[in-house]
Design a protein around this ligand. Structure first.
Ligand SMILES: Cc1cc2nc3c(=O)[nH]c(=O)nc-3n(C[C@H](O)[C@H](O)[C@H](O)COP(=O)(O)O)c2cc1C
Length: 390
């Protein structure tokens, strides 16, 4: 049997601090501190605690060069555990699963730090609303009390008299559109969204507008948003809830065909499923259309191999799509939102995404705004709610 180390692994010396009353009663500070070494290997997607021997052995093995297992002096149990956990890879059939995951990561050309960040910042089963309640940070006033004052709202680098004042240009219809953009947290599930409005928003935000065919297998799309390397890695997955003529359910949007591709329904009722995906943010649960921004990392990393900026570029693209979605929705008289507080693991399972190749980056949505503001929206100039009331 030949072995080598997995392609990417980082070690973290982690300290866990827990309150222990007995320590307080015996004159201590009441805190029990435990330190342990964790191996963070992105192809595994979960941390593995390792001891000193295991850590040392992983430092001895090459990630690139295969060696015969008998050629190194290592404790058999230590090696067997590392093989079982997938930190050491072998060419034996019984370790094929771990070898395939490791090779899959290598083939995707992730920057190793980005792969690790991505793998270990995914959520599963998180209830962000409860977490805010528990930390007493539900409102802006409560946040100020608990967290203290934030850094100043906008930086000033010159004295008043040194500032070069710019003219305020008279607003056009574009300024009006921008001013009516506000994150919507009050959707009206009693109204359905017209099919054509739904199609128009998707066409403006996600559709391929033209293409450049370099060869039959190398095609670049032109869209209404910029994209690093022109690669447009972002796929659009949909949870359609209240749209005329579209059966509620999960879909993939095919950007060249401007078409919906139906996917298997989730095990739960759709609204409950949306709640789980947006980490229990009930103010988004009635959105007529929920959009998962799902980057294909392998598409961008095909060009930007092991690139220090690749992952950042993909995250930036989420912002471009989201702002375009907000404006397209606002133009259609609708509200829109984005949230980064999502349960990626459940999203990957529901949409059949392998996180090494294709991720869950953010969730957006759009639909009719309701008549009553039950959850706060940021509209200090009353450009949205005044219109709704008047
Ligand atoms: C990347 C990103 C993530 C966000 N995540 C959330 C979220 O989890 N929940 C939420 O209610 N709003 C979320 N928002 C919306 C912001 O709270 C909102 O943009 C901000 O309060 C300013 O309000 P405005 O968009 O109406 O101008 C997010 C915005 C961005 C850009």
């Amino acid at each position: 049997m030949r072995i080598r180390r997995c392609g990417v692994v980082y070690f973290e010396p982690r300290e866990q601090v827990e309150f222990d009353l007995s320590l307080l009663l015996t004159g201590g500070d009441g805190l029990n501190r435990e330190r342990r070494w964790l191996a963070l290997a992105p192809h595994l997607g979960q941390e593995v605690e390792v001891d000193g021997d295991e850590r040392e052995l992983l430092g001895v093995l090459s990630p690139g060069q295969w060696i015969e297992i008998d050629s190194i002096e290592a404790d058999a149990d230590t090696l067997a555990r590392l093989l079982r956990e997938g930190l050491v890879i072998s060419d034996a059939p019984e370790h094929a699963d771990m070898r395939e995951r490791d090779e899959s990561l290598r083939r995707t050309y992730w920057h190793p730090l980005a792969a690790t960040l991505h793998a270990f910042t995914r959520w599963s089963g998180v209830d962000t609303v409860q977490n805010q309640k528990d930390s007493g940070t539900e409102t802006a006033v409560a946040m100020r009390q608990v967290l203290g004052a934030p850094p100043v709202e906008a930086v000033r680098r010159a004295d008043d008299d040194a500032r070069v004042r710019l003219p305020r240009i008279a607003p056009t219809s574009f300024d009006d559109l921008l001013a009516r953009r506000a994150t919507c947290r009050n959707f009206d599930a009693s109204r359905t969204l017209p099919f054509d409005t739904f199609a128009q928003v998707l066409q403006r935000v996600f559709a391929a507008q033209a293409e450049v065919r370099v060869t039959d297998d190398t095609v670049f799309l032109k869209k209404n948003v910029p994209s690093g390397g022109g690669l447009h890695p972002m796929e659009c997955y949909l949870i359609v809830q209240h749209v005329d003529g579209v059966a509620p359910g999960l879909y993939h949007y095919q950007s060249q065909e401007h078409a919906l591709e139906p996917l298997p329904a989730p095990a739960k009722p759709l609204r409950e499923f949306v709640m789980d995906m947006v980490a229990q943010q009930h103010w988004f649960a009635d959105a007529h259309v929920v959009v998962l921004l799902s980057p294909r990392f392998d598409r961008t990393f095909w060009k930007y191999r092991h690139h220090a900026k690749g992952y950042r570029v993909i995250a930036l693209e989420g912002g471009h799509l989201s702002q375009t979605l907000y404006l397209a929705a606002t133009d259609a008289g609708l509200g829109a939102f984005i949230t980064g507080a999502i349960n990626e693991v459940e999203l990957e399972q529901a949409f059949g995404l392998d996180p090494i190749h294709q991720g869950a980056l953010a969730i957006c949505g759009f639909g009719w705004r309701g008549p009553v503001m039950e959850t706060a929206e940021l509209d200090p100039a009353e450009r949205v709610w005044q219109r709704a009331d008047g």
